[in-house]
Design a protein around this ligand. Structure first.
Ligand SMILES: [Zn+2]
Length: 156
């Protein structure tokens, strides 16, 4: 069997790489485990004529979708903060509206009435999953935010 002699003396085989892949590790995680960079791993695969992982494999072997979603949300929060964006928006015909309000209207099957507010349950304005949205009155919305603030301060 052909092996690649790594600088640290480790003899890397194709079957060992396959084994790591089957454990569900990403290319970056495999490279980490071997103590090299992802580019280094790419070069070894090329040199040894071992197949490269496809781009789509990255998604397939990604960790937890929850973690991925949180990362994406964190990125969005940062981006929005930098650009002073308050909400995700959607273009409907000629007008632009906030995505959470649009989603609420889709579920209701009618436009939101005056005084109807769409609240983000987890406090993240960029998490517009249906399960994170709550349609309520303005009064109840104020109450919710007071309660959230109190929880944040440890008073609840
Ligand atoms: Zn709210």
């Amino acid at each position: 069997m052909k092996t690649y002699n790594m600088k640290n003396g480790f003899k890397l085989t194709r079957s060992y790489l396959d084994e790591l892949e089957q454990q569900g590790l990403s290319e970056l995680e495999i490279a980490d485990r071997l103590g090299i960079t992802r580019m280094g791993l790419f070069k070894i695969r090329r040199k040894m004529n071992w197949p490269q992982r496809m781009r789509s494999d990255k998604g397939k072997y990604r960790v937890d979708p929850e973690v991925q979603r949180e990362r994406r949300n964190a990125y969005m929060r940062e981006y929005a903060h930098a650009k002073n964006i308050k909400y995700k928006t959607i273009r409907v015909g000629s007008k632009v509206m906030s995505l959470h309000r649009w989603k609420a209207e889709q579920v209701l099957g009618r436009p939101l009435k005056k005084g109807e507010v769409v609240h983000h349950i987890d406090g993240n304005r960029f998490n517009n999953e249906n399960s994170n949205l709550l349609i309520c009155t303005q009064e109840y919305h104020i109450f919710l935010h007071k309660r959230m603030k109190m929880k944040e301060l440890g008073l609840l």
